[in-house]
Design a protein around this ligand. Sequence first.
Ligand code: ZN
Length: 344
Amino acid sequence: MNIVKKLKKSTPWWIKSSVARLKRTGIILMYHRINDSQNDPYYLNVSPKNFDEQMSILKKHGKTIQMQKMGERVSKFNLRSDDIAVTFDDGIRDNFYNAKPVLEKYEIPATFYIPSHSIESQQEAWWDKLARILTSPILPNIFEISIGNMQYRWNIDSSPKEGSVAFNDKLPPMNSLISKKQLLFSTWRMIKPLDFQQQINIVEQILTWSGQSSDAQSAYLPMTLNQLNVMADSKLFEIGAHTVHHPWLSDWPIKHQEEEILVGRQNLEKWLNKEITSFAYPFGNYSDQTPGILKRLRFQNACTTAEGPVKRNMDSFLLPRFMVFNWNGELFEQKLRYWLTLRI
Ligand SMILES: [Zn+2]
């Protein structure tokens, strides 16, 4: 018998079982939209057909739980092997029409994170409106806009061929020739740090520049309050908070972050007559102080958008997720198997 085998054989059972417990991991799946729309430059759509296939795979796997339970198990060092939570960000109406019936069919619990202003306003998110405008086949040749005292000017390459564009930190040099996708990601970057009213104003300016009509129908409207209430009344579903206006939290002082987080939750609790304890950081973004704010406000868990499995010794206010793309059942199963093998 070699030395490793000998050691293995002599390891007491209670050490083996503690090590096995330490290695337990769960996973949190992140969805946004269950939608067939082709206009999806951010790759947030899963088609209803693929979503059905994915959920049938998950049903076979079993062990699906809401985030409330996931957070509780992580904070009590009690994560079960292969626990899985399904989450949806942003409260899009297709979640009600296309996700809810499938989740009910397979009896899969899920958590929906809702930015409260979207329910009140019944308007699509600013980044979806921006995408709708800037993916139009016809745009003027020169893009020109001022934000505060900054002037931005680019020439637009309107040829239909689009290479892959990195979502990076740098804006292209002024007056250079850029693709429509580069224009979308650049304007997204410029608008993201502004306050909510400015965000709306700048997107309106871009709409005027584009020469399109303002009453085009969006594929990504939010759920109505009635629909949200129906979701919240189901035992299968949990509603989580996602601030009021979906800001880039790390750009804002603590006081503003606190207000966005607290009022977002208060609105949901008032409308749904339920305690809200789970949270997801908008855009997955937070500062060093944000998890502390959530703890002070008596939230119990929070999700980021960092990729990775959930481990039992993790901070339950920084839970990572895996984003699910528009994969068919077979591809989804491969991904799931791989994610479930990731250990410490
Ligand atoms: Zn979001």
